[in-house]
Design a protein around this ligand. Structure first.
Ligand code: HEC
Ligand code: HEC
Ligand code: HEC
Ligand code: HEC
Ligand code: HEC
Ligand code: HEC
Ligand code: HEC
Ligand code: HEC
Length: 412
């Protein structure tokens, strides 16, 4: 090789390296710092800007199944039918994202979700039909009778707007009617950018809403054998298992999602948790659901992936006895309240007399808790947060009733 050609080769190499260096400098810093293949796929123009300012958003997206399947930022952020458009740095994006931005690719799941109590009935529990179209109410009523065709909850008036907006709505807006004509949101369980099944399968995800004295599901779960085992063995499980292919080898201890939604060992995934429920446990007096028998079979099929018949039937027969006993206690309390009204001793709107609260807490806290505890393995909740305070309030209620009658010159 001549000196000339060696010199030329060195010059060309130098120019190439310099060029690469300059080009690299022009790229966003995060991209050069963390040039993962995910990053490159995520970088439309969107990520170029947003990785600089909201790194977390882009990073969460990078980890998602969507990124792996080349679903890009605009696939979700473009305006769906009925949504307000907004010009955004050379793109058109939607002002507000809803379940409508997911249904374009997950229509069947959206339809299943619509039939559930997480959709219109969750909203109806606070505001009744307000904000829902007659078609939406009719649709939901065919699957969830009484869920939306009802008056707004008395607390809307009594507690006022800010209590509703920052309180009730934070949980119940899982079924909020959106201005684009869709209902609800998918991101309460999946998050916005990870769109994760792992997160949806964690008990803490459901516990954002399913907690407290009126629906102590997370507290009950945590003290149940299932909760204890999950805590101990979570690190041994494969919570990322592909939906539809989840087996008891991936998850050998159940979480909320396993019993209420997951498709375990080939049983179908559902976005309508009602499908596996046979009783209306949240009601003051619990009755059977319309598809009582087939729903119960479906839940028992889930249990049967891990248990023998005897264990399962035992839980149900004990649970059913707790329902009967609780119904009897609540009916007794109801009879006292009805009697007072008939005698004209208790007058005025709901929640205007101290006795109203004793009665409400009796069924809404203690009665419910005892029933939930019985079906989900929470002995402490059946007893000390359930039956014991129910007994205490029954005594209190009777004493208050006697006092009201005495003051009004009536006898029992
Ligand atoms: C040229 C830079 C740039 C590009 C390209 C860009 N954005 Fe933005 N984006 C911004 C800035 C700046 C904001 C305002 C941030 C703030 O308010 O703190 C923003 C805000 C947003 C918001 C918040 C809602 C809003 O309207 O303020 C969303 C959602 C969003 N961008 C999504 C996207 C998507 C999706 C893309 C690609 C289709 C994209 N952006 C492209 C810079 C950009
Ligand atoms: C699976 C759908 C989906 C994908 C894909 C997606 N987003 Fe989002 N993003 C959402 C949803 C839902 C929200 C919440 C918007 C709302 O409430 O109106 C959101 C919110 C945002 C926000 C505002 C976040 C905040 O907390 O202020 C930004 C910025 C954003 N996205 C940027 C991006 C960028 C950049 C990408 C691609 C790297 C992307 N998104 C991909 C669904 C998605
Ligand atoms: C452009 C189409 C598209 C849109 C829009 C979209 N997805 Fe997806 N989604 C997909 C594809 C494709 C997959 C991967 C399916 C597969 O692997 O079989 C997926 C998978 C998922 C998964 C399963 C993830 C896993 O780990 O297996 C969830 C959960 C999900 N999407 C939720 C959402 C949510 C919530 C929204 C709206 C905020 C949304 N998707 C919007 C196309 C989309
Ligand atoms: C922490 C989250 C959270 C808050 C705050 C909350 N709820 Fe609920 N609510 C739930 C959950 C979860 C259930 C489901 C209980 C069950 O099925 O056991 C529920 C059930 C109900 C029910 C019974 C189900 C039905 O459709 O009839 C009514 C009524 C109700 N809530 C009304 C309200 C009202 C009114 C407020 C505010 C005064 C409120 N909730 C505040 C989470 C919440
Ligand atoms: C109450 C929580 C919750 C809500 C709300 C929710 N999901 Fe899911 N979703 C789950 C759970 C849990 C799984 C995992 C099921 C399993 O373990 O097999 C799942 C699985 C999925 C999957 C993968 C399952 C499959 O069959 O491919 C997709 C896609 C998905 N959800 C999309 C959505 C969309 C779209 C919405 C809104 C219409 C939504 N989800 C609302 C909890 C939820
Ligand atoms: C954003 C709040 C929220 C989250 C998160 C949430 N739920 Fe709910 N859930 C509700 C509300 C509100 C209701 C009551 C709806 C009604 O009947 O009024 C409810 C009702 C239910 C019911 C009773 C349905 C029926 O037919 O009576 C089940 C079961 C349930 N949720 C399971 C789950 C599971 C499992 C998860 C987690 C994967 C979850 N939920 C996550 C708010 C939530
Ligand atoms: C081992 C399975 C299992 C696990 C785990 C489990 N549940 Fe349940 N759950 C049940 C059974 C069984 C019932 C009662 C079924 C019936 O009505 O026939 C029930 C009832 C409920 C109800 C009552 C609905 C109504 O009628 O008021 C809600 C809400 C609920 N579960 C939510 C949850 C949440 C949230 C978690 C996790 C913190 C959870 N469950 C964990 C099996 C389970
Ligand atoms: C994914 C597997 C799985 C599912 C599904 C499941 N369980 Fe379990 N369950 C377990 C495991 C593991 C234990 C702990 C057993 C041990 O102590 O070794 C357990 C413990 C129990 C116990 C306590 C047993 C005792 O004597 O301490 C009862 C009761 C129970 N389960 C009932 C149910 C019912 C009812 C269902 C359905 C509604 C159900 N389980 C669903 C895995 C499961």
């Amino acid at each position: 090789m001549s000196f000339r050609s060696v010199f030329l080769a060195v010059v060309i190499a130098f120019v190439l390296i310099l060029g690469a260096f300059l080009l690299n400098r022009a790229r966003p810093r995060v991209e050069t710092d963390q040039p993962s293949s995910e990053m490159v796929r995520a970088t439309g123009k969107c990520a170029e800007c947003h990785a600089r300012t909201q790194y977390s958003v882009v990073h969460e997206y990078e980890m998602s199944a969507h990124a792996r399947k080349s679903v890009n930022c605009l696939d979700c952020h473009q305006p769906a039918k009925g949504q307000e458009k907004e010009d955004h740095h050379g793109f058109v994006i939607s002002k507000k994202l809803t379940a409508g931005n997911c249904r374009s690719c997950h229509e069947n799941i959206y339809q299943q979700f619509l039939r559930s109590r997480h959709a219109a009935p969750a909203w109806g529990a606070i505001y009744g039909e307000t904000g829902l179209t007659p078609e939406q109410v009719d649709f939901s009523e065919t699957y969830q009778p009484g869920g939306t065709r009802r008056p707004p909850h008395p607390f809307v008036q009594l507690e006022g707007g800010s209590a509703m907006a920052s309180g009730c709505e934070q949980c119940h807006s899982v079924g909020k009617p959106n201005t684009d004509g869709t209902i609800g949101t998918c991101t309460v369980c999946h998050t916005r950018h990870t769109s994760s099944v792992r997160i949806a399968r964690l008990p803490g995800t459901c516990a954002q809403c399913h907690m407290g004295p009126d629906h102590s599901q997370i507290e009950i779960y945590e003290e149940s054998k299932h909760g204890v085992m999950f805590q101990a063995q979570e690190h041994l499980m494969n919570l990322d298992a592909e939906p539809g292919k989840l087996t008891t080898r991936d998850m050998f201890v159940p979480t909320c999602a396993t019993c209420h939604m997951s498709g375990l060992n080939g049983l179908g995934v559902t976005h309508d948790p009602s499908e596996r429920l046979s009783y209306y446990l949240a009601n003051a007096v619990t009755g059977k659901r319309p598809n009582f028998a087939s729903n119960q079979v479906k839940m028992k099929q889930i249990c049967a992936q891990c248990h023998t018949r005897l264990v399962i039937d035992n839980v149900y027969s004990q649970g059913e006895k707790v329902i009967e006993a609780t119904n009897e206690r609540v009916r007794g309390a109801q009879a006292i309240m009805d009697g007072l009204r008939k005698q004209g001793v208790l007058t005025g709107p709901p929640f205007s007399n101290p006795i109203d609260f004793v009665y409400f807490d009796l069924w809404h806290y203690d009665g419910r808790t005892s029933k939930h505890g019985a079906f989900m393995g929470g002995a402490d909740f059946v007893q000390w947060h359930g039956n014991y305070p129910m007994l205490q309030k029954t005594v209190e209620l009777k004493a208050m009733a006697d006092e009201l009658r005495r003051r009004n010159g009536k006898s029992r």
